[in-house]
Design a protein around this ligand. Structure first.
Ligand code: PLP
Length: 380
């Protein structure tokens, strides 16, 4: 299989040392007690990145497993759950809540802006009878970054547990699980962390665990039951055989971040996100997001006469560069540039933008006297 240059908003590029880590000889992760320490160490590295002392678990399964598990473990028949929806993944939580017999109440908000805190407060003053609330930090199909630093503490004022999907932001944006009172934070290996797809990451607060353990009826399922991890280290028992090669490579990807420094990595994402956005605007194109733009992804509106599908196909077929379109209400309207993790990089983005610029011109876009690449470099 020929691999294109990948600039999708996850999976993203994987550094060579992470790829090679997978080739290591591996031990039996159930029986070799060394592995329990290794696994715990990897989880603790994630804790440093998202600033929490809550326990963290790495589960075998792509990011969706985290969303599914959080809803499965918390939801009981008839529970009211507040689903904060200003994006595709935001809305999608309602489906998981329903599967487990809960009653989702959707709080709809502008899909081009982060949450208006005063409006949410007014809503909660009238109705706050929710077991938990769900919100997405970075809603990947649009690149909207929600202000969870304000939303989560507000929800906790009303005694509502907070479940946050940080899959597309973990590593690239500031996340303070403890300070912002995030009961469950969900992540995945293949986005900003820049490892291969296959792993879910979950951090669980004491309060969330207590609620799960005090259910009237048991959790429906095993794979999605977050309470089974609690004593894995003490009892030296994993619920199932851990995908050791995936975890060994994730560990290297986390070291890549920690060696650069968590704060430096966040700054790097801002630097390149900001330069991409400015270049796009200078080049005469428009951004989808008006307020609350993620630094990991940029959704760019593409004029109808060019067409998103045509542009994406052209870039892949002519130049072997893979970017993404979007779906739902953005389908056919935007392309998405992933500048997350390993792709938040000067050389890589210079290359991508030069191919994007060339492709736009091939398809008849003509922005005289401006160069996308030059604008990008100027704004670094
Ligand atoms: C990628 C992602 C997930 C995981 O879902 P996929 O099946 O990989 O699409 C969940 N939430 C968000 C916000 C994501 O970006």
């Amino acid at each position: 299989m020929k691999s294109p240059y990948v600039f999708t908003p996850g999976p993203t590029s994987v550094r060579e040392n992470v790829r090679l880590a997978r080739a290591q000889q591996c031990t039996n992760p159930d029986l070799d007690l060394q592995f329990y320490d290794f696994y715990k160490g990897t989880c603790e590295k994630i804790g440093k990145i998202i600033k929490t002392s809550n326990p963290i678990y790495i589960l075998s399964g792509e990011g969706i497993l985290g969303l599914d598990s959080a809803c499965a473990s918390l939801t009981e028949e008839g529970d009211r759950v507040l689903v904060i929806d200003n994006g595709v993944f935001g809305a999608g939580f309602a489906d998981f809540v329903k599967i487990y017999g809960g009653k989702p109440v959707t709080y709809k908000s502008d899909t081009t802006k982060d949450i208006n805190i005063d409006d949410l407060r007014r809503f909660l003053e009238k109705d706050s009878d929710f077991k938990y609330a769900t919100i997405v930090h970075c809603d990947t199909p649009s690149g909207l970054l929600n202000n969870i630093d304000k939303v989560c503490p507000l929800l906790k004022e009303f005694n509502i547990l907070t479940v946050v999907d940080t899959v597309a932001s973990m590593g690239g944006e500031d996340i303070r699980v403890d300070e912002w009172k995030i009961d469950i934070a969900l992540g995945a290996s293949q986005k900003v962390l820049s490892a291969q797809p296959g792993l879910t990451i979950v951090s669980i607060s004491e309060e969330a665990l207590r609620v799960m353990e005090n259910r009237k009826k048991p959790i429906m399922g095993f794979y999605n039951n977050l309470t089974i991890w609690k004593n894995y280290y003490k009892e030296k028992w994993f619920p199932y055989t851990m995908p050791i090669s995936d975890i060994v490579s994730l560990d290297v990807a986390l070291d890549n971040i920690l060696n650069e420094g968590t704060e430096n990595v966040i700054k790097r994402h801002y630097k390149y996100g900001n330069a991409v956005r400015k270049a796009i605007l200078e080049y005469g194109l428009e951004l989808f997001i008006e307020k609350g733009q993620a630094n990991t992804i940029t959704a760019v509106k593409i004029p109808e006469f060019i067409g998103c599908d045509k542009l994406i196909k052209h870039m892949l077929e002519e130049y072997n560069v893979l970017i993404a379109g979007s779906f739902s209400y953005m389908s056919g309207k935007v392309i998405r540039i992933g500048h997350m993790g390993e792709n938040a990089d000067k050389d890589k983005l210079t290359y991508l933008l030069s191919i994007l610029e060339k492709s736009l011109m091939d398809l008849g876009y003509n922005k005289k006297n401006k160069s996308l690449v030059e604008e990008f470099l100027k704004n670094l």
